[in-house]
Design a protein around this ligand. Structure first.
Ligand SMILES: [Cu+2]
Length: 216
């Protein structure tokens, strides 16, 4: 016999995983609620988790619902400043970023390392969720330590939305030697981090705070 309280936990966890597989940042971040659901030891936990996540996603399908809480995609014509971010194995330079409320920043991101790296703006929870997605992408061979397998990315490992996760305006994923940019408007003071969610990199310190400063 399966212990009565073990089964819903397992189902909820499995469900959260499959949703993370199918969705972008919004759904993945929503898996936080799934975790709470999993801790509730009654038979409906997986059902509640599922409903929460569906309404959370709101049909955006991309992560834009969450993006609003952390700021919004910036408009090139309204860039206030450019900050150059260098990515190495496995750290960012600079180690922290300071912004002001309302500022639009153009981040020019250069991967000077020998491994694949990501520059991603989000909350700690969003990064944790995205790390799970990227771990799964690594399992499927869509990403390797040194790059992106574009053929595998196109294969049906979900419904194609995994690719979308890396078209999100708050992040850029760069192979060694590549350069990219993110234009982001920081609408209000929030606890934000910039991070690389390639498996193992965040935990080895490839992240830093985004601090909001006052003044002019
Ligand atoms: Cu990295």
């Amino acid at each position: 016999m399966i212990p009565t309280n073990a089964r819903p936990k397992f189902l909820a966890a499995a469900f959260a995983f499959s949703l993370a597989a199918n969705g972008g940042l919004a759904v993945a971040a929503g898996s936080h609620s799934g975790d709470h659901g999993a801790k509730k030891e009654h038979g409906h936990s997986e059902g509640h988790g599922a409903k929460k996540k569906e309404s959370h996603d709101g049909g955006h399908g991309g992560g834009h619902g969450h993006a609003m809480a952390i700021g919004e995609p910036g408009v090139a014509a309204k860039v206030d400043r450019t900050i150059t971010i260098t990515m190495s194995d496995n750290y960012f330079e600079p180690e922290e970023i300071k912004v002001k409320e309302g500022e639009t920043i153009r981040f020019v991101v250069i991967n000077k390392g020998e491994f694949l790296h990501e520059f991603n703006i989000g909350t700690e929870d969003m990064h944790a969720a995205h790390q799970k997605e990227m771990a799964m992408m690594a399992e499927h061979g869509m990403i390797t330590p040194t790059g992106v397998d574009h053929d595998k990315m196109k294969m049906d490992h979900g419904d194609g939305k995994l690719m979308m996760a890396h078209d999100d305006p708050n992040s850029v994923l760069l192979a060694p030697g590549k350069k990219g940019e993110v234009i982001w408007r920081f609408t209000k003071k929030t606890d934000l981090e910039f991070a690389c969610n390639v498996p193992g990199h965040y935990d080895s310190g490839m992240m830093g705070p985004i601090e909001f400063k006052h003044g002019h």
